[in-house]
Ligand binder design. Structure first.
Ligand code: ADP
Ligand code: MG
Length: 238
């Protein structure tokens, strides 16, 4: 089963074309990284996959089903944002549990999943705190925990580490790689950081101006960049 197939996906805001004929496949369990300059459409593409924006044309197929008309909560995906997007009035535990309560999962199931994510992310000490009483790195781990408890088939990460300092970025990157191995879920990860792209990706998608410029493994793109633009992003001399 293929995790995601995008077929000729286009997105315009008014007269402005932001995504143009995006074709892309993500295999089950694959870690796919989107890179490209600011404004090239990376976040918009994630939001179209998540259902937070409608594609203007083209189809989004998740796990074998066309989901264009399916709301975000029913797509089997979970998204982690750069800004964490936690609820300030809820504890760590309740932030993680909220989506499951909305899904009307039984309390025993909610508790079991929240406990498991808490252990995976080492959040036990902070479980009753509010987001305001956590560091940036701790907040981002809560946001990741909130995604994990949903047990999605496909995770979407939008520059999840860019608000963290360098040391924390490296630790959290390693944690995300471990999660990918443990959960055997598919992941799409947006970054403008070359190290993150090269170390995390099975496959890198280079976006430019709303189009796919090149797709390949990190080594393929590093050794055979299609042009100076791709080479510039991945650090090899073209
Ligand atoms: P990236 O994440 O690669 O930096 P975005 O997907 O956020 O890029 O934005 C791509 C382009 O789409 C930008 O020019 C941005 O201004 C525009 N855009 C994004 N969202 C909207 C919106 N809701 N309305 C109008 N334009 C938007
Ligand atoms: Mg963005």
């Amino acid at each position: 089963m293929t995790a995601l197939i995008l077929n000729d996906v286009c997105k315009s805001f008014g007269a402005v074309e932001v995504l143009r004929d995006i074709n892309l496949t993500v295999e089950e369990g694959e870690f796919v990284v989107f890179v490209g300059p600011s404004g090239c459409g990376k976040s918009t593409l994630l939001r179209v996959i998540a259902g937070l924006e409608d594609a203007t044309s083209g189809t989004v197929n998740i796990g074998g089903d066309v989901v264009n008309a399916i709301p975000p909560a029913k797509r089997g995906i979970a998204m982690v944002f750069q800004s964490y997007a936690l609820y300030p009035h809820l504890s760590v535990r309740d932030n993680m549990a909220l989506g499951l309560k909305q899904e009307k999962q039984p309390k025993s199931e909610i508790d079991a999943r929240v406990d498991k994510a808490t252990k995976m992310l080492d959040l036990g000490k902070y479980i009753d705190r509010r987001p305001a009483d956590l560091s940036g790195g701790q907040r981002q781990r809560v946001a990741i925990g909130r995604a994990i408890v949903r047990e999605p088939k496909l995770f979407l990460f939008d520059e999840p580490l860019s608000n963290l300092d360098a040391a924390l970025r490296m630790n959290t990157r390693i944690e995300i790689a471990e999660l990918h191995r443990t959960l055997s879920a598919s992941m799409i990860y947006v970054t403008h950081d070359q190290t993150e792209a090269m170390t995390l990706a099975d496959k890198i998608v280079v976006l430019r101006d709303g189009r796919v410029e090149q797709v390949g493994s990190p080594m393929e793109l590093y050794n055979n960049p299609a042009n100076q633009f791709v080479a510039g992003f991945l650090g090899s001399p073209a």
